[in-house]
Design a protein around this ligand. Structure first.
Ligand SMILES: Cc1ncc(COP(=O)(O)O)c(C=O)c1O
Length: 380
């Protein structure tokens, strides 16, 4: 009989979610508005501790789209975007007829390289292009080199959208990811550190920006007794049912972060005696990662030839999921015409990196199966 699947990251309910969902049914708030939506937004605002206003939306992708709209991104504009990320960081740029320009990573956080970023800004400007925004990502929960990136963005007066879809609860110099940029994007997809089954949020600097976000997310209805529209709108608001799940999940967020960090510590210990395998970890005390996913880099020259793919297949054989790091956007067929600035940092990470099971709901038995499989492969 096949062994039970160990997932990279699966939903982990805390217990209270169902009560919030039941309340929605009892009060007949089965709609994309209601007390759970308001309560969930407040919970997130309180958690972020940054005097921000949060709009709950149907996905992180929707949040990115509405951030780009509010920054005035139009057809023909350019938006600089970290190449090493999930496609959802870049796709909304194209929804607006704008063009993504991809930027390499730097090796300490795997996130946007400040040097490549500045080079890109100077070169795009010299070519007469209009850069409307920079999309930065905190990959796998690891905060980017924020100060360095912000300094460059400020120098050139370009706003930053912070894609913190994977980084809820991570901090940079004590400040929560998602609160650093002009807009912050959160995701509550099924695989994220907390989930609403599907959902997201846009973290806004002001009440006005939040109101505008909600306006666009609810079909851009003008203030009139009839339906009147002066803008194109979207149907992007979060359901009150989903928000109920979110309210329950917020109660266990810090516990989940702690458990994911324990998974990272488990991998640190497991791979410590194995030459050529490095577990992704914070470069300095300024960085606190939620370790949404734990990942490794494999150097075949030091592992005696055992590759990332060998590890993935050995785990797969045991019904344990693992996955190569995000394939950089500049290597994706759909973005092959897009400009790219950098060296081969993101490409090398993609070639040698692997994400490992990281869920907060993994058991001692799961860890034992992972450990045995790895130790067998490396003949430990
Ligand atoms: C880095 C990144 N950006 C954006 C998204 C999009 O979020 P969603 O799935 O909620 O649309 C995700 C996850 O799915 C992600 O990992």
């Amino acid at each position: 009989m096949e062994k039970p699947k160990i997932w990279l990251s699966s939903p982990h309910m805390g217990g209270e979610e169902q009560n919030f969902v039941n309340a929605a049914f009892q009060e007949n708030w089965v709609a994309p508005l209601g007390p759970n939506v308001n309560g969930f937004e407040e919970d997130i605002e309180n958690y972020l501790q940054a005097d921000k206003k949060v709009a709950a939306l149907s996905s992180g992708t929707a949040a990115l789209h509405l951030a780009l709209i509010q920054l005035g991104v139009q057809p023909g504009d350019e938006v600089l975007c970290q190449s090493m990320t999930f496609a959802a960081s870049a796709n909304p740029i194209t929804y607006l007829g704008a063009n993504p320009v991809f930027i390499d990573s730097e090796p300490t956080t795997w996130n946007i390289c400040p040097k490549a970023l500045e080079k890109a800004i100077l070169d795009r400007k010299a070519k007469g292009k209009t850069i409307k925004a920079i999309v930065i990502v905190h990959l796998y929960g690891m905060p980017c080199l924020w100060n360095e990136v912000k300094q460059i963005a400020d120098k050139h007066q370009i706003p930053i959208i912070e894609d913190a879809a994977e980084a809820l609860g991570s901090t940079y110099k004590g400040k929560k990811c998602g609160t650093l940029g002009q807009f912050g994007v959160l995701s509550f997809n099924g695989n994220k550190i907390i989930t609403t089954s599907g959902g997201g949020a846009l973290v806004c600097a002001t009440t006005q920006a939040k109101q505008k976000t909600v306006f666009y997310a609810t079909q851009a209805r003008d203030n009139a007794p009839h339906y009147q529209h002066t803008h194109i709108g979207y149907n992007y608001r979060l359901s009150n049912i989903s928000a109920g799940i979110g309210r329950g999940q917020m109660q266990v967020l810090d516990k989940h972060i702690d458990l994911r960090r324990q998974m990272n510590a488990f991998y640190q210990a497991l791979f410590a005696p194995i030459a050529g395998v490095e577990v992704f970890s914070e470069p300095t005390a300024d960085f606190f990662s939620n370790h949404w996913l734990s990942a490794i880099l494999v150097d075949t020259n030091k592992t005696g030839g055992i590759s990332r793919e060998d590890i993935r297949l050995a785990l797969q054989e045991e019904n344990i999921e693992s996955r190569p790091l995000w394939k950089p956007m500049h290597l994706q067929p759909i973005f092959k015409e897009a400009p790219y600035y950098g060296e081969k940092v993101a490409e090398n990470l993609f070639d040698s990196g692997l994400c490992l099971p990281s869920g907060s709901n993994l058991t001692d038995q799961d860890r034992e199966r992972i450990k045995t499989t790895i130790q067998k492969l490396f003949k430990q």
